[in-house]
Ligand binder design. Structure first.
Ligand code: ATP
Ligand code: MG
Ligand code: ZN
Length: 499
C-alpha cells in the first residue's frame, strides 16, 4: 500500500476526534443533532488547525444515513464515499486555482441541480480569500438565495480579505491555534500507534515550531521519522528543521557575556561547519534573546520560543545582562538576520554582529532614565567605547584576514596597507587609519588599483559591496588609542560597531 502521510492518516473523521476548537465543534454538532445546519459557514483561522477536516465532517453529517448523536457514522456508503473523495455531492473547490474561478462562475446554474447521490450538496471552497471580485460577486448571488439542498463551507486563513457582504451571509467560526499541550498530546498518541519512541525534548521542539498548526507538527514528525527511524531525539529534530540547539545558543551568549571573543568565533565557525545557515544562527539567537528578555521581565518560562529546560539555568544567569543591553543585542541580531537574507558569503556579517554584542556586554548597563525625564535621555547616554582587550583582539583577527586576502592578490598593496589600522565600520563604509608619517602609504592606497584590490577582499569577506575610507590618526600609539581617535574623528557612532 502506498505510504499515507501522517497528517492525512490522522485527519479527524468525527467531531470527537478533533483536537481543540471546542466551541466550533459543540455548535456544529448541536446543529447536526437538531437538524438545523446553516446554508453557509465561514471557517477562518491559521493553517492546519482543522478547517478542512471539520468541513468534511459537516459534509458527512449532512449526508450520513445513520447519524449517531450528531456524529457521522463513517460506515454508510455516503460517509465512506465522502471519506474516499468519491461522493458526487461534496464538491471541493480550490479558490486559488484557475479552475476554481471557473467553477464559481458556473455555480449559479449548478446549485439548482438537485443532489445526485445524497441529501445535500456541500460546496467546500478552500482559500476563499483568493477569489477575484468577479468571482466573489458570483458567489454572493448564490449565497443570497441558496436552494435548500445546498450548503456552502468557505475556508480561509485570511478572513480580512473576504468582503463583508459575503461574511455577513455566513455563520462565522474562528479556528484558533492549538496549544503546545494539545499538539504534544496528539504527537504522543501518533508516536505510540506508529511505534515511534520520541524524546520529550524532541516533542517539545516539534510542537513549539508548529506554531499552533497540527499539520506542520505531524509533517515534522513524519519527516524526522523517515529520516532518522523510530527512535527520535532532540538532535534529530533540530537537524531536520535546520535549527540550532538552545544549549549552544546559551553557551554562545555566555561566551559573548564573558567577553571571550575567541570562543565566540570558534563556536560560530563550528556551527557553520556543521552546516547550520548563518541566517538561521542569527535568527535563532534573536529568538533566544527574546526569550531572555521575556524571562528577565516576566520571570516566566512559559511561551519561550527556543529556550527549553536545558538552557533555563543559563537563562537565569544571563538575566544579569539587563534589559537595555539585551534589547540592543536583540536589535543588532535582528538587523543581521535581515541582512543575511540577501547576501551570500555571510560569515563576516555574522561574526561582526557577535563581536558587536560581545563589546556591548563589556559595557556598563546604562541606568534607566528617571521617570521625570523624557525617554530621549536614553539617547543622551551613548554606549561608552568598548575598547577592551577583547574587542581589540577581535579587530586584530579581522584585520589579519583582510591583510591576508590583500597579500594573496598583490604583495606591494599589502605592504602599503599593513602599516594601517582597521578602525571599524560605519554604515557601509570600512574605515582604515594611518599615522601621520604614513602619508605616502595612505595616498597610494587611495589610488584606484590598490583601493580596488582592498575592496575586492572586503567584498569577499563581507559578502556585499562596502566602501572604504582612509584617514589619518595623529597619534603614535595603537590599540585602544586608535579607538579613541576614531571617536574624535567620526563621533561615537563608529565605535559602536566594532570590527
Ligand atoms: N484540530 C485538529 N485536530 C486534529 N488534527 C488536526 C486538527 N487540525 C489539523 N489537524 C491535522 O492537520 C491536518 C490538516 O488539517 P486541515 O486540512 O483540517 O487544516 P486546515 O485548517 O484546513 O488548514 P489549511 O488552512 O492549510 O487548509 C489534518 O489532516 C490533521 O491531521
Ligand atoms: Mg484546509
Ligand atoms: Zn454515515
Amino acid at each position: 500500500m502506498a505510504y499515507l502521510a501522517l497528517y492525512r492518516a490522522w485527519r479527524p473523521q468525527r467531531f470527537d476526534e478533533v483536537v481543540g476548537q471546542e466551541q466550533t465543534v459543540i455548535a456544529l454538532q448541536n446543529a447536526v443533532r437538531e437538524n438545523r445546519l446553516a446554508h453557509a459557514y465561514l471557517f477562518s483561522g491559521p493553517r492546519g488547525t482543522g478547517k478542512t477536516s471539520i468541513a468534511k465532517i459537516v459534509a458527512k453529517a449532512a449526508n450520513c444515513e445513520q447519524l449517531q448523536d450528531g456524529e457521522p457514522c463513517n460506515n454508510c456508503s455516503c460517509c465512506q464515499d465522502i471519506n474516499n473523495g468519491n461522493f458526487m455531492d461534496v464538491i471541493e473547490i480550490d479558490a486559488a486555482s484557475n479552475r476554481g474561478i471557473d467553477e464559481i462562475r458556473d455555480l449559479k446554474e449548478k446549485v439548482r441541480v438537485l443532489p445526485a447521490q445524497g441529501k445535500r450538496k456541500v460546496y467546500i471552497i478552500d482559500e476563499v480569500h483568493m477569489l477575484t471580485m468577479e468571482a466573489f460577486n458570483a458567489l454572493l448571488k448564490t449565497l443570497e438565495e441558496p436552494p435548500n439542498s445546498v450548503m456552502f463551507i468557505l475556508a480561509t486563513t485570511e478572513p480580512q480579505k473576504i468582503p463583508a457582504t459575503i461574511r455577513s451571509r455566513c455563520q462565522n467560526y474562528y479556528f484558533r491555534r492549538l496549544t503546545m499541550e494539545e499538539i504534544q498530546g496528539r504527537l504522543v498518541q501518533v508516536a505510540q500507534v506508529n511505534n515511534m519512541e520520541v524524546e520529550a525534548a524532541a516533542l517539545d521542539i516539534i510542537a513549539r515550531r508548529a506554531n499552533g498548526g497540527m499539520r506542520d507538527a505531524l509533517s515534522t514528525l513524519d519527516q524526522v521519522n523517515s529520516y532518522r527511524g523510530e527512535y527520535i531525539t532532540k538532535t534529530d529534530v533540530l537537524d531536520v528543521l535546520g535549527l540550532v540547539d538552545d544549549v549552544f545558543l546559551a553557551q554562545l551568549i555566555d561566551a559573548a557575556w564573558k567577553g571571550d571573543t575567541g570562543q565566540v568565533l570558534r563556536m560560530l565557525a563550528a556551527a557553520l561547519q556543521q552546516g547550520k545557515e548563518a541566517q538561521q544562527i542569527a535568527r535563532e539567537t534573536t529568538l533566544y534573546l527574546r526569550d531572555l528578555l521575556l524571562y528577565h521581565t516576566t520571570g516566566q518560562d512559559t511561551d519561550l520560543a527556543v529556550a527549553t529546560e536545558a538552557s533555563l539555568t543559563a537563562l537565569q544567569q544571563q538575566k544579569k545582562a539587563g534589559t537595555n543591553r539585551i534589547l540592543q543585542a536583540l536589535r543588532i541580531l535582528a538587523d543581521t538576520a535581515d541582512k543575511l537574507r540577501f547576501s551570500e558569503g555571510q560569515r563576516f556579517i555574522l561574526e561582526m554582529a557577535f563581536l558587536e554584542i560581545t563589546a556591548l556586554f563589556a559595557q556598563e548597563e546604562p541606568v534607566a532614565p528617571s521617570t521625570s525625564k523624557k525617554p530621549t535621555a536614553a539617547k543622551a547616554a551613548p554606549p561608552a567605547p568598548a575598547d577592551t582587550s577583547e574587542t581589540t583582539e577581535a579587530r586584530d583577527t579581522m584585520w589579519n584576514r583582510i591583510l591576508a586576502g590583500v597579500k594573496e592578490r598583490k604583495i606591494p598593496t599589502h605592504a602599503l596597507l599593513s602599516p594601517g589600522r582597521l578602525l571599524g565600520m560605519k554604515e557601509e563604509t570600512v574605515y582604515i587609519g594611518y599615522r601621520k608619517g604614513y602619508k605616502f602609504h595612505k595616498e597610494k592606497m587611495e589610488e584606484k588599483e590598490n583601493r580596488g584590490i582592498l575592496m575586492e577582499v572586503l567584498q569577499e569577506i563581507a559578502g556585499r559591496i562596502v566602501e572604504v575610507q582612509f584617514v589619518f590618526l595623529d597619534d603614535d600609539q595603537y590599540n585602544d588609542i586608535v579607538v579613541k581617535k576614531a571617536i574624535e574623528l567620526f563621533g561615537e557612532d563608529i565605535v559602536e560597531i566594532k570590527d
